[in-house]
Every structure is written in C-alpha cells, then in structure tokens.
Unconditional design. Structure first.
Length: 223
C-alpha cells in the first residue's frame, strides 16, 4: 500500500476489447494540501451517478447523510469494538450508490465515508482495511492489481462471494475520505482486473476533485 504524502495520477485504461476508459478526469494531484473535509452535498457528488458508469442500471442513486450515533453506517465494519469506534465514530457524512447488470444480476456498489481531517481518515482506513482487506469478500480471496489510486488502497477477489459467483471488494483512502467498491454476481463472469482498476481510478479521482473544490466529473466510457 502507498502511504500519505505521495502524488498520484489517473492513467487511461489499457487498450483492448471490453476495456473501460476514463473520461473527464481532472489533474489528479493527491497531495495533502488538497485534502479537506467534505460537506454532505460534496459527499453525495463524489458517489458515481448513472452517467459515470454507463451500461449499468441504477439501483440506488447517490445519497449522503449524517450518521446516526446509534446506528453506524452499515458499511462501517471492523474486527473489534475498539477499531470499529476508530472507523465509525468520527464519520461526518456518508453515502452510497449502487448499480446492476442484466442478465446475471452483477452488482456494483460504491460507498463514501467522510472524516473531519486526514488523520481521522487514515486511522479509519487502517481499521477498516483489516476487515475488508483479506478474505472478507470470500474464502480464498486473492489480491487484485488496481494500479496506484488514492493515498492508500487494497483490493481482493474471491471466486465465490455472497451472491454465489465471483466477487471483489476494493477500499481506498483519498485525503479525508475512505471509499469502498464491491462487485458480485450470481453468474460466472468475473469483473476483470482492468474493470476493478478503472472503477477504483474513477472513484478516487472523483473524491480528489471534490477535495480540490471541483465538481466531480470523472467517469467511465465504453462497455
């Protein structure tokens, strides 16, 4: 995993059939000076909308909210109570969006957890990565090469996830945000490494654009 303080750039997807290409990316600079706390509307804007993932049917439109102290976000999970508190108790806003493919029902889910500062986000990322970063996606999970998006990242795939078919879980930290992406299917077709890489790059870029004071515009083209 890469650490705090590095500069990253989004690269176009590799050429080839079924490759997803990035479009509408900004500069992509990810240094600490650009990291700022995001408001509710900004968190919502970071979540990919239908235009950002062409070819996918919308299941849950982007939506952000303040967390309820009694009921932390459902995606904020950790290995023990102490680390769960580190990850969940300092969230300022959170949100999710979700999409699906027919006919095999492949799912594509995005979530954003926003924090007041980069230190809180970094600690939360570490706590959450212990939960999501291993075989949580399924028994026998293996790492997925997604390039170098965000400040920190981890991605894994299992041949049998909760929907019965191949599944992936990706976690990223971009400045003051922790981002998650999951895919799953009832069929047999695996979301490729390139697709997982493109989802991560696009989502990380949207978070960086928001923290740069820009309207997130990074999107995928082609299918």
């Amino acid at each position: 995993m890469s650490r705090v303080g590095k500069r990253w750039y989004i690269r176009g997807a590799a050429a080839g059939a079924a490759a997803l290409l990035l479009a509408g990316c900004g500069s992509g600079g990810g240094d600490d000076a650009a990291a700022k706390a995001l408001g509710k509307a900004e968190v919502s804007s970071v979540l990919p909308d239908a235009k950002a993932v062409p070819g996918w049917r919308s299941v849950l439109t982007p939506d952000a909210q303040e967390p309820n102290p009694e009921f932390p976000p459902s995606v904020c999970l950790s290995v023990n109570k102490k680390k769960r508190a580190t990850a969940c108790d300092h969230i300022t806003y959170w949100g999710a969006s979700a999409y699906a493919h027919k006919p095999d029902g492949t799912s594509l889910n995005f979530w954003t957890l926003a924090y007041k500062d980069e230190k809180s986000a970094d600690a939360a990322y570490d706590a959450l990565a212990e939960y999501y970063g291993g075989d949580r996606v399924g028994v026998g999970a293996v790492p997925v090469d997604i390039g170098d998006p965000g400040s920190e990242h981890v991605a894994n795939r299992a041949e049998m996830g909760t929907m019965g078919g191949p599944a992936t879980i990706t976690q990223l930290r971009v400045g003051t945000t922790v981002l998650g992406i999951s895919t799953g299917t009832q069929g047999k077709k695996t979301v490729s490494d390139q697709e997982a890489k493109d989802f991560a790059a696009m989502f990380a870029e949207r978070a960086q654009q928001a923290q740069n004071g820009e309207k997130p515009s990074s999107a995928l083209t082609g299918q």
